[in-house]
Write a protein that binds this ligand. Structure first.
Ligand SMILES: Cc1ncc(COP(=O)(O)O)c(C=O)c1O
Length: 369
């Protein structure tokens, strides 16, 4: 049995530290925000190489508040991808704006900058690239278009903690960056969590207000706000995990490079980060024409796997109202049919990686035929 993810093994390596941190948070009786969360914000801001970090209660809340802080609202359009988790689209709709999709690049699977300008209208306010699977989108091209058209850029870095593009960290290039600390993420809380990072004090101040009922001080509500605060226990857990994030990321990158090595002789799609990128491999996905059969074979062999994501957002029933249909985004649709995510985490051993690739051998050979 090779699990898709092994959070129990991860906990065992740091159990005394985590247990002590959680008890400390409980004993402080400051259950919401407070010093544990403030300490985490400081560390995470420094990790992302940005001035400000505001911790919230999920990645979805982070995206929602980043959009509101940037002034996105009813009547506006936000350019993003359909090749993402639905939260990206949902957050745009929460803000009152309309998501406008463009297709992804066939090699990086992130937003294709060459398609952005054609999607810009007088209503466009923001571009929201998604750093899919832990690989950053082509930020130079995106920022150049955004600056020329006076658009805000919000990075969806929910899957990209510690990723880099030309030496710059995820979340630090756009005007705002949004992270998720959902338990299975590269940096995961023990419950829900998220954060917005930014170098702009004005955006940070707005998010500071919006996440806590718009309060400037107790019962002094200056804007319509939300209850999007991070719990102290999550801050405490995340602070401990900050001691490990770089080692875990490097271990993931080693696992990925072993997958790369074993897959090199095959013609399947696999992650292809440009040389200037630091991919953090939240997901390692392989493209297979017979993906669904391959998935059944892995399941039968006790090998955990996943599909990120089987139905692109523009083809989900919930978002049919946006007016898109099959064939609108051919690369996104192709990847949704072909990508199969295999186990990847710091604790995964090389022999387990070989076992996964062996279980896929038959389907990999079919690719070359
Ligand atoms: C790309 C992307 N955006 C946004 C989110 C939303 O984060 P959360 O689940 O913490 O709300 C996720 C993860 O779930 C994600 O993968």
């Amino acid at each position: 049995m090779i699990p898709f993810l092994d959070l129990k093994a991860q906990y065992q390596q740091m159990k005394p530290e985590i247990d002590a941190a959680v008890v400390r948070a409980i004993e402080s009786a400051q259950f919401v925000l407070g010093p544990e969360v403030a300490a985490f914000e400081e560390r995470f801001a420094s990790y992302c190489d940005v001035r400000h970090c505001l911790a919230v209660n999920s990645g979805t809340s982070a995206l929602h508040l980043a959009l509101l802080a940037a002034g996105v609202g009813v009547g506006d359009e936000v350019i993003t991808v359909s090749m993402t988790f639905v939260a990206t689209t949902a957050a745009i709709l929460y803000s009152g704006a309309r998501p406008v999709f463009v297709d992804v690049d066939p090699v990086t699977w992130t937003i294709n900058p060459g398609l952005i300008e054609a999607a810009i209208t007088p209503r466009t306010r923001a571009i929201l690239p998604v750093h899919l699977h832990g690989l950053m989108a082509d930020m130079d091209a995106i920022m150049e278009i955004a600056r020329r058209h006076d658009l805000v850029v919000i990075e969806d870095a929910a899957q990209a903690h510690g990723a880099a593009y030309k030496g710059r960290r995820a979340g630090s290039i756009g005007d705002l960056g949004c992270f998720s600390f959902y338990p299975g993420k590269n940096l995961g809380a023990y419950g829900e969590g998220g954060a917005v990072v930014s170098n702009h004090s004005e955006f940070a101040q707005r998010i500071f207000l919006l996440r806590d009922w718009g309060q400037l001080s107790k019962y002094n509500h200056v804007v319509h706000g939300y209850n999007y605060r991070m719990d102290a226990i999550q801050g405490a857990v995340l602070n401990v995990k900050m001691n490990y994030i770089e080692a875990w990321t490097e271990a993931r990158r080693s696992v990925a490079s072993y997958y790369d090595q074993l897959l090199e002789k095959h013609r399947c799609r696999r992650p292809a980060p440009p040389p200037h990128s630091r991919h953090v491999y939240h997901v390692y996905a392989v493209g297979l024409a017979q993906r669904d059969v391959a998935q059944k074979a892995l399941q039968a062999g006790g090998i955990g796997n996943g599909i990120h994501y089987p139905v692109p957002v523009h083809l989900q029933k919930a978002y049919a109202g946006l007016g898109y249909g099959a064939g609108d985004f051919p690369i996104t649709e192709l990847l949704a049919h072909q990508l199969l995510s295999v186990p990847i985490y710091a604790e995964l051993r090389p022999e387990q990686v070989s076992e996964v690739v062996m279980a896929l051998e038959k389907f990999l050979l079919a690719e070359a035929a």
